[in-house]
Design a protein around this ligand. Structure first.
Ligand SMILES: C[S@@+](CC[C@H](N)C(=O)[O-])C[C@H]1O[C@@H](n2cnc3c(N)ncnc32)[C@H](O)[C@@H]1O
Length: 265
């Protein structure tokens, strides 16, 4: 991983895009922290969109936060054509993008973001949440692996819903090579180490069981399974040279390979 906190020349006034609104908490926090900056946010579930829009209106921020309904892979191209059509708009891309859905899907969103040039080419900030607990292996390899499209820092944080559980956020700044889609797709996807490809596939199977235990494999995720999977993800990512900086004092224990094997990994 390229070290050091990423320095950015990002123009936040060009707006922030969030993928994964839920009830709008982070969109409201972004808009409050960045007065005058427009926040666009995508949410798949129409009921959550209604809740988020109500909360945004209650906060008096309807003129600042746009909640879009739909799947990010469909909305990214639509949002880009909207930006381009707005002739008066100075910025055809965003200064920052916050990804907050299941991590195995971040590389799919990133490929589209790059294809449609939705993040500022040099100095755009890309933040991704839950990259450990959802084992965003392929995405982390793209932003924090040997490719040089981004300079990245992975940071350990505690999970909101369970403060005893470690999770990671990645913070990346785009370098101007970011625009070269062909080079990125051919070099990175082929170069994903087999161990990370397997972790990505395991996490995807995990996601299907969380989202839909019936069609996923018929098995719900048990309480003990999740911490074991997260520890396995951490060990696998560490072997590929991907690990976090700790902003809190107590660094959680690393699990040995032997312990992992006992848990079936
Ligand atoms: C972790 S929550 C977001 C939390 C929110 N950012 C916050 O901190 O307040 C993830 C949300 O992403 C939505 N989601 C999942 N996949 C999506 C996609 N492909 N496009 C848009 N929204 C998606 C889910 O319905 C869920 O509400």
């Amino acid at each position: 991983m390229r070290a050091g906190p990423p320095a950015s020349s990002s123009d936040a006034s060009c707006g922030v895009l969030e993928i994964g609104t839920y009830c709008g908490n982070s969109a409201l926090r972004l808009a409050t922290a960045l007065p005058g900056v427009r926040v666009s946010t995508f949410e798949l579930d129409p009921i959550l969109v209604a809740i988020a829009r109500t909360l945004v209106a209650f906060a008096g921020l309807s003129g600042v936060i746009d909640v879009w309904t739909g799947h990010s892979t469909l909305l990214i191209p639509r949002l880009k054509s909207r930006l381009v059509k707005q002739a008066t708009r100075q910025c055809p891309s965003f200064g920052a993008i916050f990804m907050d859905r299941w991590g195995t899907k971040y590389d799919e969103d990133l490929a589209l973001i790059q294809k449609h040039e939705l993040l500022q080419e040099a100095g755009g900030v890309l933040v991704a949440d839950n990259v450990l607990t959802t084992a965003a292996a392929s995405f982390l390899w793209k932003v924090a692996g040997p490719d040089e499209s981004f300079v990245s820092q992975v940071v350990a944080v505690s999970e909101v819903a369970d403060s005893s559980q470690e999770d990671w956020m990645s913070v990346s700044v785009s370098l101007n090579k970011n625009n070269d889609n062909n080079r990125l797709q051919s070099s990175c996807l082929e170069a994903l180490p087999p161990e990370l490809a397997e972790l990505q596939a395991e996490s995807e199977r995990f996601r299907q069981r969380v989202v839909d235990p019936i069609s996923g494999s018929g098995a719900e995720v048990s309480r003990s399974e999740k911490p074991a999977f997260i520890q396995h993800a951490k060990t696998t990512l560490a072997r590929a040279g991907i690990g976090p900086m700790y902003l809190f004092e107590q660094q959680p224990q690393q699990q040995s390979q032997e312990e992992e094997e006992q848990q079936g990994y």
